[in-house]
Design a binder for this molecule. Structure first.
Ligand code: G3H
Ligand code: 13P
Ligand code: NA
Ligand code: ZN
Length: 327
């Protein structure tokens, strides 16, 4: 059944777990996410970005999620709009039936220029008022997450070095923001960034600024925190991509163990896009490179390889974040 983000995260907080929020653009991703959730009995958050709307079309994207809800009536599903750039776009998603929206007012409408605190409060409050009147939840963001901007300019292909100090969420500002907006969940910047190029050296275990999360939780004990840029950039998939014709430079993501640490301090929604892209790209490259598949024309077999790889990845995240068993 379709549920709001607030309903799901309140329950997750009671039981001290987090839910991975997977970005989707196509049917195979939706099916992988749902098959994995069904296998381990996990609730689901699926989210669509502006890029996903451009790729699939808003109507297809929405109906893919609604198909999942119909096919798996026993699994709670949140249909979330990721990084809504304006109140108008959030209103459209609410109207279309999304059960949760993110108003990303940390950036101006161009999604590039950092916005003022006052602007962020203003647009986020507007969305909260509309959304709550419809039973829809709102995620806000305070502090600037790394490389959304750089990602849009380069298509995500250029390694970007995040500047940790500049990006961290200020706890005082966060507390004021929550008070003035009435949001249901807060995206915080604690050292992650979007895309595959988060860290150029192997992360040493303290890559997230957990101390900042601890302070945030002391200031906001009832808030649900959202971690963006939470892909782990699996080295095994990176190697498979490169073994079968890819050319991805050395790069690292957020270790799953660090996310698990964050869950102790109120992280309840963990955004993952890049890892599914890596699993499907690696699985497709490997499948097509096999000698027995060189004459294969049934493209469903290729997509099946991608779907299987994504399903395995999703299930391991449900299990690691503790949402398995809670559908
Ligand atoms: O928020 C970032 C997500 O990874 C979405 O990326 O705009 O390429 O769909 P996208
Ligand atoms: P990744 O690029 O780390 O998968 O992050 C996705 C995200 O934060 C979507 O909002
Ligand atoms: Na989001
Ligand atoms: Zn994000």
């Amino acid at each position: 059944a379709l549920v709001s983000l607030r309903q799901l995260l309140d329950y997750a907080a009671e039981h001290s777990f987090a839910v991975p929020a997977f970005n989707i653009s196509n049917m195979e991703q939706v099916q992988a996410i749902m098959q994995a959730a069904d296998a381990c009995d996990s609730p689901v958050i699926m989210q669509g970005s502006a890029g996903a709307n451009r790729y699939a079309g808003e109507v297809f994207l929405r109906h893919l999620i609604l198909a999942a809800v119909e096919q798996y009536p026993h699994i709670p599903v949140v249909m979330h709009r990721d990084h809504g750039p304006t109140p108008d776009i959030c209103a459209q998603a609410i109207q279309a039936g999304f059960s949760s929206v993110m108003m990303d007012g940390s950036l101006q409408e161009d999604m590039k220029t950092p916005a003022s605190f006052e602007y962020n409060v203003e647009v986020t409050r507007t969305v909260v008022r509309m959304a709550h009147a419809c039973g829809v939840s709102v995620e806000g963001e305070i502090g600037c997450l790394g490389s959304l901007e750089a990602k849009q300019e380069t298509g995500g292909h250029t390694p970007v070095k995040p500047d940790h100090n500049r990006l961290l969420t200020d706890p005082g500002e966060a507390a004021e923001f929550v008070k003035q907006t009435g949001i249901d969940a807060l995206a915080v910047a604690i050292g992650t960034s979007h895309g595959a190029y988060k860290f150029s050296k192997p992360p040493t275990g303290d890559i997230l600024v957990i101390s900042r999360l601890q302070t945030l939780q002391q200031r906001l004990p009832n808030m649900h925190f959202v971690m963006h840029g939470s892909s782990s950039v699996p080295q095994e998939w990176l190697q498979i991509i490169n073994e079968f014709g890819g050319d991805i430079p050395e790069t690292y993501g957020v270790p799953v163990a660090e996310i698990v640490e964050g869950i102790k301090y109120g992280v309840r929604k963990v955004n993952i896009d890049t890892d599914l892209r890596m699993a499907s790209t690696g699985a497709i490259r490997r499948f097509l490179a096999q000698p027995e598949n060189t004459a294969e024309l049934d493209a469903r077999k290729t997509y099946q390889a991608a779907r299987d790889a994504m399903q395995t990845l999703c299930q391991s995240r449900y299990e690691a974040f503790g949402s398995a068993g809670h559908a």
